[in-house]
Structures are given as structure tokens and as C-alpha cells.
Design a protein around this ligand. Structure first.
Ligand code: 3PG
Length: 214
């Protein structure tokens, strides 16, 4: 098996762990461990920590080192330097909202399984050409939602998507019912207010509710 095929297989296995991949924005690294423990306790092991805050890499390091059962990934990877830094911090998968040639070249040179983003048939075809069968569909709700993803499945039946962007409990099932959806991503499992209040049991309850989607 080629390196990219085996990394895509690892992505498939990660997306199969639960119906939802929480997209997490960590303002303070000290929240990371209890937050990840709450998600894992609720049945959600794969967690995407976005590189949108200065605390993100430290949060990834802490979760990787301290949270048993967590599969911590990195999100919002925009360049090769970030990909390398997140891999060094212990991220076990990486996600981007889109893809660039530079980033795909970098991903070819790194062991970390990579989930690039696509929003159109042409973007998905470009990724397929490079060996990607799994991709993030972003921003899902704004580019046609579940009906658009269903339509992409006609000409591109071998592709599997993690749909993200505007998805929450109310519409997640529309996506999860599609044969080309491996999982959905979303920030609704970790509301800002719950994190600020260190209300980890609320986050665990949201995780449980998400697991029950499938
Ligand atoms: C992402 O990076 O995947 C999105 O910001 C998450 O989208 P959501 O906040 O609409 O769930």
C-alpha cells in the first residue's frame, strides 16, 4: 500500500471512532485536559484542536500526554510549518479547511495522517488525483449542505467526507444518513460558555448526545 493510502486508512479509522469530531478552540491550555477527558468520557475520542489560538499547540501536547483514550488531532492547518509543529506536539491527525499544493507536498513528507478540505467537485477531484479518498467538506451548510454532498456522491462515489461548518445536533443526521459521509465535525460540543465555566459535565452530556446520533 502506498504511504498516502495507509495514511488515508488511518484517517478512515479515526473518523469511524464516533459520528462527530469536535472542533475545539482552546483559549487556555489548562482547559485542554479536563475538556478532552469530558469528551472521551462521553464517548468521543477523536478531538480536533484548531490552531486558532496561541494555546493550541500546548493543548495538543497536554492532551496527547495526559488523556487516556483520546486521539488528538490538529485543525485549521494552513501551512507546512504548522503541520510539522503539530506533529511534533503529538497530534495524531491533521485537518485543513481547504488545500494548497504546498501543504499537500508537505503532507506527503510527513507521517501524520492528513484530512484536507474541499467544497466543490473540482477541489475534490484535485485531491483524489493526489491519492486522497477522505476529505473535509467545508463550509458544509454554506455550500449546499447535505443535498450538495449527496450530489457529489453521484460522480465521485469512492470519496468519503467529514462534513463541517454550520452543523449541530439538529442537522447532523441529514449528513450522517449519506453513504459518503464518514463523520461530521462541529464546534457545538464545546460551547464557549461551558468551557469558560469549566462545566465539564455539560460537555460530557453533549458528547453522549452526539454519540447517540448513530
Ligand atoms: C471548522 O473549522 O471546521 C468550523 O469552524 C467548525 O464549524 P462550526 O463552528 O460551524 O461547527
Amino acid at each position: 500500500m502506498s504511504a498516502i493510502a495507509s495514511r488515508q486508512q488511518a484517517i478512515a479509522a479515526t473518523l469511524a471512532l464516533a459520528p462527530v469530531v469536535p472542533v475545539v478552540v482552546v483559549e487556555s491550555a489548562r482547559d485542554a485536559v479536563p475538556l478532552a477527558r469530558a469528551l472521551v468520557a462521553g464517548g468521543i475520542p477523536a478531538i480536533e484542536v484548531t490552531l486558532r489560538t496561541p494555546a493550541a499547540l500546548e493543548a495538543i501536547r497536554a492532551i496527547a500526554a495526559e488523556v487516556e483514550g483520546a486521539v488528538v488531532g490538529v485543525g485549521t492547518v494552513l501551512d507546512a510549518t504548522q503541520l510539522a509543529a503539530a506533529e511534533r506536539a503529538g497530534a495524531r491527525f491533521a485537518v485543513s479547511p481547504g488545500a494548497t499544493r504546498t501543504l499537500l507536498d508537505a503532507a506527503d513528507d510527513h507521517a501524520i495522517p492528513y484530512l484536507p478540505g474541499a467544497a466543490t467537485a473540482s477541489e475534490a477531484m484535485a485531491l483524489l488525483e493526489r491519492g486522497y479518498t477522505h476529505m473535509k467538506f467545508f463550509p458544509a451548510e454554506n455550500v449546499g449542505g447535505a443535498p450538495a454532498l449527496r450530489s457529489l456522491g453521484g460522480p465521485l462515489p469512492t470519496l468519503r467526507f467529514c462534513a463541517t461548518g454550520g452543523i449541530a445536533l439538529a442537522n447532523a443526521r441529514d449528513y450522517l444518513a449519506l453513504p459518503n459521509v464518514a463523520a461530521v465535525g462541529g464546534s457545538w460540543l464545546t460551547p464557549k460558555a461551558a468551557v469558560a465555566a469549566a462545566d465539564w459535565s455539560a460537555i460530557e452530556a453533549l458528547a453522549r448526545e452526539a454519540v447517540a446520533l448513530r
